[in-house]
Design a protein around this ligand. Structure first.
Ligand SMILES: Nc1ncnc2c1ncn2[C@@H]1O[C@H](COP(=O)(O)OP(=O)(O)O)[C@@H](O)[C@H]1O
Ligand SMILES: [Mg+2]
Length: 374
């Protein structure tokens, strides 16, 4: 059970006592959170005393009488606002005039409670202020996490963009300084490798744009009815040359069904699964792309006879920039964004993507897209 510390500031000891009695057993819940919050009640007879307790902290909620001997409730409120303290105030006022209420809320109170009030009114005001406080804290935490994730993403991205730049710069330097002599032919492999690194960089930029567009929700989705087998055939055509170079065969087996999708999204998914199945395959291996209708859902599987992965390795998949690094993958170009993009797209359809793999034998990636077959 979580506890919120509530400070009652009132010069009347009977008032402090009765409020405390009402609030002692109060449990604060949020409609969509399993957590429950209890209150730990503290007391102060003056605003000065309250200030000391707040400074010693932490205080989460304040039940504050406006009228106090010496420093007034409103002065304490002004102090809290100025110091940007993370607490919410329920202000108790002597009269219920609109003016008083407006003033208090304008000055930073989250709730106004006019005397005389019932126990139920007290519970309600404190509950409202507490919920507001909890929500604010959750929002702040989410914002912090978002900033951190974004920073991590940009750090890795910068690193991934810097390394091809460094490689190409190195090759150009060799050329400028005629490191390999005056015969241009000697530099062929440098040029070849530079082009390869630049291609990797181009892919990374495209993938990153796809990813940020999907994530931001800015991308306009064009849902239309397409023939699944046609889209798959197009995507297979696109990777046939890459497969042929390594003697890999691709066999499609997809039903002739109409699917309602954003064509580009489905193309990105299929293309990523197919290129992976080719890249991480063995010479002369095979790739099978199958589709199966399950009610209104479509189950796509991409099966390969490639290098496969261990259970520990498959656990790490689908996160940004995840690549399995070992002897087998060392020379394979990639940026580790493809599967994270697949996962995000599949999520747009409330679908699922999963993998089953055996080291040295091959992998099967399964994508389920519910509701796309009408
Ligand atoms: N079919 C597959 N067989 C074996 N390993 C795979 C397969 N598909 C993906 N992987 C592993 O998952 C990692 C992440 O894949 P992906 O996100 O597409 O990035 P990339 O292909 O650019 O490295 C790859 O680096 C590879 O280690
Ligand atoms: Mg890939």
């Amino acid at each position: 059970m979580n506890t919120l510390r509530l400070l009652i500031v009132d010069d009347d000891p009977r008032m402090r006592e009765s409020c405390s009695l009402v609030l002692d057993g109060l449990r604060i819940t949020m409609p969509w959170l399993p957590d429950e919050y209890a209150l730990k009640v503290l007391f102060a007879g003056t605003a000065e005393e309250a200030k000391g307790i707040i400074e010693a902290g932490p205080v989460d909620l304040l039940l504050l009488d406006q009228r106090l001997p010496g420093m007034q409730g409103t002065d304490l409120l002004a102090y809290i606002v100025e110091k940007e303290l993370d607490l919410q105030t329920v202000m108790i006022t002597g009269n219920a005039s609109l003016d008083t209420a407006l003033n208090a809320t304008r000055n930073g109170a989250s709730e106004i409670l006019a005397k005389p009030f019932t126990p139920e009114e007290l519970r309600l005001s404190v509950t409202k202020a507490a919920r507001f406080l909890i929500l604010q804290r959750i929002a702040a935490k989410l914002d912090e996490e978002r900033k951190k994730t974004r920073f991590e993403f940009i750090s890795v991205l910068s690193h991934e963009l810097k390394s091809p730049l460094a490689a190409v710069t190195g090759y150009l330097d060799m050329l400028r300084n005629r490191t390999l002599g005056d015969d241009l032919v000697a530099y062929d492999s440098c040029v070849e490798r530079s082009l390869l690194r630049l291609e990797g960089m181009r892919r990374l930029i495209i993938d990153m744009l796809d990813l940020t567009r999907i994530e931001s929700g800015i991308k306009v989705r064009t849902m239309a009815v397409h023939n699944l087998a046609d889209i798959a055939a197009d995507m297979i055509d696109g990777v046939r040359a890459q497969a042929a170079k390594r003697g890999i065969t691709i066999s499609p087996d997809l039903p002739d069904v109409a699917v309602k999708v954003d064509r580009v999204e489905l193309e990105i998914v299929l293309n990523n699964l197919l290129t992976n199945a080719i890249k991480y395959n063995k010479e002369g291996g095979a790739v099978a792309l199958t589709g199966q209708r399950i009610g209104h859902a479509l189950k796509i599987q991409c099966r390969d006879t490639g290098i496969g992965m261990s259970p520990e390795e498959t656990e790490k998949l689908f996160k940004e920039f995840t690549r399995i690094r070992n002897e087998n993958t060392k020379h394979i170009l990639g940026n580790g964004l493809g599967l994270s993009i697949v996962k995000k797209i599949v999520a747009l359809y409330d679908g699922e993507v999963s993998v089953e793999s055996r080291q040295g034998e091959g992998s099967v990636f399964t994508v389920i897209l519910p509701g796309i077959i009408t």
